[in-house]
Write a protein that binds this ligand. Structure first.
Ligand code: HEM
Length: 215
């Protein structure tokens, strides 16, 4: 097993970086939205994918995969922190400060954030031993809601790029698609379908958002 304390280093790197990115968002300089979004998505992938591969019996002996699985809870907390900071940084960067904020958050690419922000916040708030003991089995159920996110993030990321005139390329979309496909395959193999159900619900919500914007 690799001996680096990933939890410590994730925070040592993330806290100052996120503070700088928040400042960039506030001063509307650089590319803090894209950087926070892709980094959060990469860390989320490192949280979800290695465990799924292990459950499939793939790369079981690989020291890097085992190391990532060992730190999956810490990775999840850091991923949530990056993604929520991305929301804040992007709001500071892109939203017009002299116009009502709520109206600006109603555009189609930003509709998913009304679901993503509460889920990420709930998961972060309950990511401690006290909540785990208090919630018992419900803790696991609550944290399974993470599987609603891939479709919503995919939809938001792709449409936000067009809405806010960023580069027409969504690397996060590729990672999210891989995570979702592996989870679907693993669910069929293990005959435990909750991940598929949540992924499909997330996808159906995006279809609903899309259809309701067309009428
Ligand atoms: C916590 C909620 C949010 C999550 C989980 C989230 C997630 C993502 C993801 C996964 C991407 C795709 C990145 C890529 O493909 O490279 C993205 C891109 C983007 N998001 Fe968000 N987002 C959130 C909130 C927001 C908010 C509130 C805004 C704006 C007010 C926003 C604006 C953008 C923009 C402009 C991009 C494109 C950035 C670029 O490529 O430069 N996001 N987001």
């Amino acid at each position: 097993m690799i001996s680096i304390d990933l939890k410590k280093w994730l925070w040592i790197i993330s806290i100052p970086t996120l503070l700088i990115l928040l400042a960039l968002g506030y001063f509307q300089a650089g590319e803090p939205a894209g950087f926070t979004a892709i980094t959060g998505t990469v860390i989320l992938t490192c949280t979800l994918l290695p465990s799924a591969l292990m459950r499939l019996g793939l790369l079981k002996e690989n020291p890097y995969v085992r190391w990532l699985v060992k730190y999956r809870k810490d990775l999840g907390i850091v991923a949530g922190t990056w993604l929520l900071t991305h929301g804040l940084v992007s709001a500071l960067f892109f939203l017009k400060r002299d116009q009502p904020i709520l109206d600006q958050l109603m555009v189609l690419p930003l509709k998913p954030i009304w679901i993503m922000v509460p889920i990420l916040s709930l998961m972060l708030l309950t990511s401690n031993e006290y909540s785990e003991k208090l919630l018992g089995k419900n803790w696991d159920r609550l944290h399974k809601l993470v599987w609603l996110l891939p479709a919503l993030m995919f939809f938001h990321g792709n449409l936000a790029i067009a809405e806010f005139e960023k580069e027409d390329f969504a690397p996060a979309g590729i990672l999210l698609a891989i995570v979702a496909l592996v989870a679907i395959y693993e669910s069929f193999r293990s005959k435990r379908y909750h991940r598929i159900v949540l992924l499909v619900i997330g996808w159906m919500v995006t279809v609903y958002f899309w259809m309701s914007s067309q009428v």
